[in-house]
Design a protein around this ligand. Structure first.
Ligand SMILES: [Zn+2]
Length: 566
């Protein structure tokens, strides 16, 4: 490709609406343009990157035994009604009507279509297992689209669905996908981690997220320095550093604590460590009140509580809910409680806590689980970096990541609700056991930039760079330079190297700036000084390493350089 013919409008300034690096750089490097809020056009350079990511995904999906197909974007409401999700999906679902007033949506995901397709045509256990996938646009009508490709309303996904006869079969399919994902993100040149994850709205029993590590990542993960335990903070567990002191249970007592409504108030009034206090959190779960008690210095993990309760609707209770439940704000305790009580493990295992007395102006001291109150015990707090790994006892560290893929064990969720069955050896109808596996193709591109950039621009891993090499003649008017550049360009093309020849009539400085901004892994500069010595100048974008290679054998020299670049 010749740069003079390339549609790649680079910009010097940062567009004001672009809040994060990947969005800014994709704009500046002329890779994408906004059409509407959260909806983008991919220009040729951006599309080349997306195409490369897609190709890697496709190769590994095929190698894992999945078959590519294409489902429609527009899906009828009936399919979503049959799974029960039409009513619960919410405003993010992009709903449309046809001319007859019938309801449809632009697919946010394809579990329903995939299940329906398979149940109509797969009847026998002999046809299982089956894995099918597509690479296609998805739609989510985000309230606030932002961060470019990170949270857009139209985005490219690879989604794969597996159908097995039983859990053992699903384990095999899940394992194949997990392994394929490791290969895909490794081939894309990304530093990533598979982490245990929450199942979210999709439901099911087991799930991993694939996180690209990046300082500006949206999600916090905790990982162990001693084993491969890694989990999204939403589900991470830990063993606290302090072991429970062998404290005797003391006699409970009631104390006057006027106006002490917060943990800070109580701890300072009673001159007590916050660790010895109990924090009460009041929520509504499917419209029923629930109280969760955690240690005063901890943070509640809402997702864990919601999952433990199996609640669809879960939010912090309002004043009116509090009143209806007969609770005294600021003085809520677990003793004699009529509202459902959840107790964090740390409280259940500790001794002599201070808590509200359920009476205006009073707290209780030396309150103990089992003796003074009861409740459902679980890990309801946020785990923290520095605590111990729940698997091996190593130290948990914190990192930030961007989710680029997720694998789920769905089990029988959709096959049961939609009546999707096959016949086993005995002619008995059995529900399919399913898995689903997604990769955000655009997100992978954006995450790669978030992980690999500097003040001059993008640094693409070689495998997904729009071109591997850019050749920059210092002056396109200089015949000797252009002859050398053209010769190298032609022979690199012949040898299957993806090369861009910057033949624009621009100053060398402009060409260098664009090359750095777009982030080609290798730049070859053709200038008089080096030509005099029979040499070409090279610069590796990632390391900044530069030097000379002989003009003669230029192709082999460039290939040797490329083989050193990740
Ligand atoms: Zn560990």
């Amino acid at each position: 490709m010749r740069y003079s013919q390339l549609f790649a409008p680079t910009l010097r300034e940062v567009p004001s609406e672009a809040e994060i690096v990947s969005h800014q750089l994709m704009f500046r490097a002329g890779m994408m343009r906004k059409v509407a809020s959260g909806i983008y056009s991919y220009l040729p350079l951006g599309w080349r990157v997306l195409d490369k990511v897609s190709d890697i995904v496709r190769e590994e999906m095929n190698a894992a035994g999945a078959q590519e197909l294409m489902f429609p974007i527009v899906q009828p409401a009936e399919l979503w009604q049959s799974s029960g999700r039409w009513a619960v999906y919410g405003d993010e679902m992009w709903r449309v009507k046809d001319r007859h007033g019938r309801d449809f949506c632009l697919g946010p995901t394809h579990e329903e279509v995939a299940t329906n397709t398979v149940m109509n045509d797969i009847n026998s256990y002999k046809q299982l297992p089956l894995m099918i996938y597509q690479i296609q646009n998805k739609y989510r009508d985000e309230r606030r689209p932002r961060f470019g490709l990170m949270r857009s309303r139209e985005f490219i996904m690879k989604d794969c669905y597996s159908f097995d006869r039983d859990d053992a079969g699903l384990d095999v399919s899940y394992g194949k996908m997990y392994d394929a994902y490791v290969k895909i993100f490794t081939r894309c040149g990304l530093d990533f981690r598979p982490v245990r994850a929450d199942n979210g709205a999709i439901g099911g029993s087991s799930s991993h997220e694939f996180m690209v590590l990046a300082e500006n990542g949206e999600a916090e993960i905790l990982y162990c320095d001693g084993c491969d335990y890694a989990a999204n903070i939403e589900i991470a567990e830990s063993i606290p550093l302090e072991t429970v002191a062998a404290e005797e249970e003391k006699a409970a007592e009631k104390v006057l604590t006027p106006d002490c409504r917060t943990i800070e108030d109580v701890a300072s009034f009673l001159k007590m460590d916050k660790k010895k206090t109990m924090k009460a959190l009041f929520y509504m779960a499917d419209e029923k009140p629930v109280l969760i008690f955690i240690r005063g210095d901890r943070t509640l993990n809402e997702i864990k509580v919601q999952n433990a309760l199996g609640a669809n609707l879960f939010y912090m209770g309002a004043d009116i809910d509090l009143e209806n439940a007969g609770l005294v704000r600021g003085f809520i305790g677990p003793c004699g409680q009529k509202v459902r009580v959840l107790v964090d493990k740390e409280i259940a295992e500790g001794k002599n806590f201070c808590c509200g007395a359920n009476e205006e102006g009073y707290h209780l001291l030396n309150i103990n689980f089992g003796r003074d109150f009861d409740g459902e015990v679980g890990f309801f707090r946020m785990a923290e970096a520095g605590e111990k790994c729940p698997v091996c006892g190593g130290t948990l560290r914190s990192a930030r990541g961007i989710e680029v893929g997720q694998v789920f064990k769905l089990g029988k969720k959709y096959s049961v609700s939609m009546g999707a069955e096959y016949l086993d050896e005995n002619g008995k109808a059995q529900p399919f056991v399913m898995g689903c596996y997604g990769i955000g193709v655009g997100r992978t591109m954006a995450a790669s930039i978030e992980q690999n950039f500097d003040e001059n621009g993008i640094i693409w891993p070689k495998a997904i760079a729009p071109f591997e090499v850019v050749i920059v003649p210092v002056s396109e008017k200089n015949e000797r330079q252009m002859r050398a550049a053209e010769e190298l360009y032609a022979s690199l093309n012949e040898n299957g190297v993806e090369v861009l020849l910057d033949d624009r009539s621009e100053r060398a400085g402009v060409k260098f700036k664009d090359a750095d901004l777009i982030g080609f892994p290798l730049r070859i500069t053709v200038g008089d000084k080096s030509l005099d010595k029979g040499m070409l100048e090279y610069k590796i974008r990632k390391t900044g390493e530069s030097g000379l290679i002989p003009l003669e054998n230029g192709v082999d020299e460039v290939k040797a350089l490329l083989s050193r670049i990740d």
